[in-house]
Structures are given as C-alpha cells and as structure tokens.
Design a protein around this ligand. Structure first.
Ligand code: ADP
Length: 577
C-alpha cells in the first residue's frame, strides 16, 4: 500500500507510511463501531433466557457492559490515532511537496518557463497542493478505511447467515462497479472545469498587469466582454463537473437503500417460514441501517479522488519534468567562452541561432552587435546555460556547459542585464545578494565603486531603505547601479553585460560607465551591445544578422570595411560616414 501511494500520489516514503497507518486506524474505527451491535445480540441471546429461568446473570451483565464500553473507548482511540497519523503525514507531505517543487523549479531549464504561464505554476504550487492535501487528509484514509471495514463486515454478516448477508450486501458491488465505471466521465468534466478555472486565473492576472494599457487603448469594453464570457464558461464547466459527480455520488448512495428493502423482504419471508429467529432478524435490520455508511463513504471518496486527479496530474507533470543537471566538480583553469557551431530554437522548427561560432577570450571584451531580434540576448543566455543549444556546444574553459551543473556555472559568472531582479528588501541586502558571506566593508566598497553612494545618500534610511517590489522606488539607472555593485561584490571571472544604458540620462550614464569599467577589468566580458559609441573599447566584435554570424573582428578593422555591419550600424546611429 505504501508503494502504491508513493507511485500514484507521488508521495514521500514517510508520509505514505503515515497515510497507510491512518487508513488502517480508520478501518479499525469503523469495525469498533460495529462491536456494540454484536454485543446487543449476544446479550439478548445469552442473558434474556437466563433471566427468564431465574439464573444469576450479574456477571454476564458486567462482562457485556465492559466489552461495549471498551469497544467505544477503542473507537475513540482509533479515531484519534487515525486523525493524528493522517494530519501529521498530510502537513509533512504538503510542506515536503512544496519544497520539492521549489527545488525542481530551480533546476528546470528556462525553456520550461517559456511554455508555461507564471500563474499556472503558482496555482500548482498553492491550489493544486491544497486539493491534494484534502485528498490525503480526508478522501484516501476514509476510502481505504471504509473499504476495508465494508469488506470485513460484509464477510462477517454473510458467514453469520448467508441468506440475510446476501440480502444486505448484494447491492454493494453493483454500486461500486457503477462508481468505478463512471470515473472517465467524471474526470472528463472535472478536467474541463480545472482547465477553465486556470484560464480565468491567467486572464485575471493579465488584466491586472495590463490595466494601464487597457485603459490607454480604450479596450475596457472588449476586455470585459471576453472576461465575462470566460467567467460564464467557468461557471458552466463548474456546474457540469458538480452534476457529473453528484449524479454518481447521490445516485449510488440512494441505490444502496435498495439493500435495506431486500433485507426487510428476505427477512420477513425467512421469519415467516420459521427459518430465522426474530432476534436475528432485528439485528440484521439494525446492521442494514448502519452498514451502508462506510460504503457510502467509499462512493463519495472515490469521486473526491477523481476530483483530485486533475491537480494531481499537473503536480506530477511538474515533478517529472526533466531537470538540468551536470557535474559540480569541474575545475576551470581558464575562462574563455567558446561557441562551437551553435544552433538554437526556443520553439521547435523556428531556429533563432544558426551555426554560430566565436570565442570570447579571457581578459577581453567581446561585443555582440546586430539589429534587434538577431539573437544577441539568446546567445548570452546560452552562455549561462539558461538553455542548452539544439546543436553544437557552448564551452567555458574548454568544458561543454551541457555537462556542468547550472549552479556551478553561475558561481563563475555575473550578469548585469536590462531586467535587473531586485527584491523587496533593503538596498544593502540587495547588494549583498552578490556574495552572501561578504562583510559590511566589502558591501560598502562595492556600492561605492558602482556609484550607489550618491543616490543612497538621498534615501530616507540610507542603505537600510526598503526599495519596494522589484525596486519600484528606484529609477532605472539606480536599479542598474545596484546590479553592478552586486556583480562587483560577486567578483567572478566571467561577466555578461547587457549594455542598456540607452534610456538613461547623461549623468546616470556616466556613473554607470564608471562603475562598469571597474567591474570589467581583467575579465571575460561578453557584452550585448546596443549602441555603437560605447563599444569602441571592445576588443572583439561579433556581428549577427538573423541568428547568423556575419562578421567578426576588432572595431578598428571592421570600421575600415565600408560594407561591414558595424560600419552600417554606426552610420545609422551616429550619422557617421
Ligand atoms: P536580440 O537580443 O538580438 O534583440 P533575442 O535573442 O532577444 O534578440 O531574440 C532573438 C529571436 O528569438 C527573436 O525573434 C525573438 O522573438 C525570439 N525569442 C526571444 N526569446 C524568446 C522566447 N523566450 N521564446 C520564443 N522566442 C523567443
């Protein structure tokens, strides 16, 4: 059972063990509830005739009373044990599952995220795991416990009197088979409901994010119309999934009542024929009034499990996604970045880079130039192993990145990109992120070299000022200076730079340039160059057009060629001939 739970619910071993234990306690609980009923029978069978004949019965009274009280205490005990085993294992599993997924997300290639919405992943992490929590804490232990006790009680009452036993039990397998056969139908509607629910959540997030654009473009009416249609679709699929479930749950539970009718009919017949005692008949009636409870629980919980199938599938899909792994013990003795016949596509059959080869040498600045969309950022992302090339290889110091653990690569590499990621924390902590064990002096030194001092001085709490979500309280230039300070602190041999100072004012730009020249000294620098003026200092230019290398050389050499891409871009941007 433990292996089954681990396989089908993707649970950890300890939690599966806890859940199995909880389910067994649940079965014992149902069984202990049946014990007082058999005591009533034996009491009437055994004690009443003795009272009539005037025999001493006090001892028997006490014995039956004790067994009844003990069975009730036991039922309380089993319920308590079931409850604690199940809930402890459920919360442990939910925590473990979220941690496992977070770890997994960290190790997945970025291609995984380009095919999925962020809200999709957030929903799996939060809502789907909550649904699984419900399955684990309620549906599964109750299903297993109720099924086990139904079978044991069913066998017991058939053995005691097979005719009456069958009259009570015949309906149970029929209801069960109907419920099992309905699984595909129920799951189909449940899946549809979850799918539209997911779309509503994506759409809601998108609407909030783009609220300003929607207003600015007078699109409110169109958006509201689409949104209302989606909400209506969600309502309809929700209703259908509820109907699909309730038809089988309520139908099954009503069908079970037929068993009570056959118990009365068969019991009356047998009693009339004189082959069933009145007492046994009454006991079977009492049993029939209770015995369908666990079977109803089986039917209900099976449907609940069908309900959880969609979130379970999505969680398993995330858990089973292929990770980026590799060696962690690679020793680098140099840090050249080499692109060796690299081709790459984000989406199948839409190539973005074709047979790209160049080397960014250690101690040099290599700048990628070319029109927007030619593949510069993509090449930089391949150098960080955010993605693996479709063909060819990217190497650092002669080691193919495909064989190296992405986190190991990141320890040798810093990035100063356009879209700096800042956390809702203080300026100080955001810089310190570059190197967690840096001392206060080292953080301050990096901040000074990156020219952060000037703007931090004007903040209310200096370096201890909270900067808001993704640095919302800072300007673009200030955010970039923080990211330069971070990279200075990290002090890695490789630096990837997105030279994106174009939108900044002159003062900011010169501060950033000053910070950058500190940063790049003696390193392997791969720069995504947007403006031709700032790359005169580069040692090596690689010109890309439509994902292909069209030229490669020093700025001094390339400028001499009137047909070079570099020359043309300079002409375009600076008006030089
Ligand atoms: P550049 O940095 O030179 O402006 P990019 O490397 O960003 O160019 O983009 C190269 C091509 O790849 C473009 O056509 C762009 O639309 C496409 N592209 C970039 N990122 C993705 C992505 N995550 N998924 C699909 N296509 C992408």
């Amino acid at each position: 059972m433990i292996r089954l739970l681990q396989k089908h619910l993707a649970m950890g071993q300890n939690s599966a063990r806890g859940l199995a234990k909880g389910s067994i306690y649940n079965a014992l609980y149902y069984l202990s509830l049946m014990l007082p009923m058999s005591m009533v029978y034996y009491f009437i069978e055994d004690v009443l005739p003795k009272i009539e004949t005037g025999q001493e019965v006090v001892f028997r009274y006490v014995a039956y009373a004790i067994v009844t009280v003990v069975s009730l205490i036991l039922s309380g005990f089993f319920y308590y044990k079931h409850y604690t085993a199940v809930f402890v294992s459920t919360y442990e599993e939910s925590e473990g599952r979220r941690i496992r997924l977070a770890e997994k997300l960290r190790r997945l290639p970025l291609s995984f995220f380009s095919n999925r919405d962020l809200s999709d992943i957030t929903n799996t992490m939060m809502e789907d795991i909550n649904t699984l929590e419900g399955l684990q804490s309620h549906a599964i232990p109750q299903l297993v416990g109720a099924a086990m006790s139904s079978v044991i009680i069913g066998i017991g009452i058939i053995i005691w009197d097979w005719r009456m036993g069958l009259a009570v039990c015949w309906i149970m397998p029929i209801v069960l088979v109907i419920t099992l056969l309905s699984s595909r139908f129920q799951k189909k509607h449940i899946r549809k409901h979850f799918e539209t629910k997911r779309r509503v959540s994506d759409q809601t997030q998108e609407n909030i994010e783009h609220m300003a654009d929607i207003h600015a473009n007078n699109q409110t009416e169109r958006y509201m119309k689409e949104y209302n249609a989606l909400l209506k679709e969600e309502e309809d699929t929700h209703k259908m999934s509820e109907i699909a479930m309730s038809v089988f749950v309520n139908g099954g539970q009503s069908l079970l009542k037929l068993g009570f009718a056959t118990t009365v009919i068969v019991g009356t017949m047998l009693f009339e024929q004189g082959s069933l005692s009145l007492l046994k008949y009454l006991i079977y009636l009492v049993v029939a009034a209770r015995v369908y409870d666990p079977v109803s629980a089986v039917v209900y919980n099976l449907s609940y499990i069908y309900y959880g199938s969609a979130p379970l599938e999505r969680t398993k899909e995330l858990e089973d996604s292929r990770e980026m792994t590799g060696r962690t013990d690679v020793k680098f003795d140099r840090f050249d970045i080499e692109f060796d016949h690299v081709s790459f596509e984000y989406i199948e059959d839409i190539p973005v880079l074709h047979d790209v080869s160049f080397t960014a040498k250690q101690g040099e600045i290599t700048a990628l130039i070319g029109p927007s969309g030619c593949g510069k950022s993509t090449a930089a992302k391949l150098a960080t192993r955010f993605y693996d090339p479709t063909e060819g290889s990217v190497k650092i110091g002669g080691h193919d990145l495909k064989e190296i653990d992405p986190e190991t690569i990141m320890t040798h590499l810093s990035m100063v990109f356009q879209d700096v990621i800042l956390f809702d924390n203080t300026v100080y902590e955001n810089i310190k992120l570059g190197r967690k064990n840096a001392t206060e002096e080292e953080v301050m030194e990096a901040a000074r070299l990156a020219h952060c001092d000037e703007f931090v001085r004007h903040l209310p709490d200096g370096y201890q000022t909270m900067i808001g979500e993704n640095g919302a309280r800072l300007s673009g230039g200030e955010r970039q200076r923080i990211s330069i300070a971070r990279a200075l602190l990290k002090n890695t041999p490789i630096l990837l730079l997105d030279e994106a100072t174009a939108s900044l004012d002159v003062e900011n730009e010169s501060k950033i340039q000053a910070g950058l020249s500190e940063l790049i000294r003696g390193k392997t620098v791969l720069m995504i160059a947007h403006r031709m003026r700032t790359i005169e200092e580069a040692d090596h230019l690689v010109g890309l057009t439509d994902g292909r290398v069209v030229e490669s050389g020093s700025p001094k050499d390339l400028i001499k060629d009137p047909k070079s891409l570099y020359r043309r871009l300079r002409t375009l941007q600076l008006g030089e001939q």
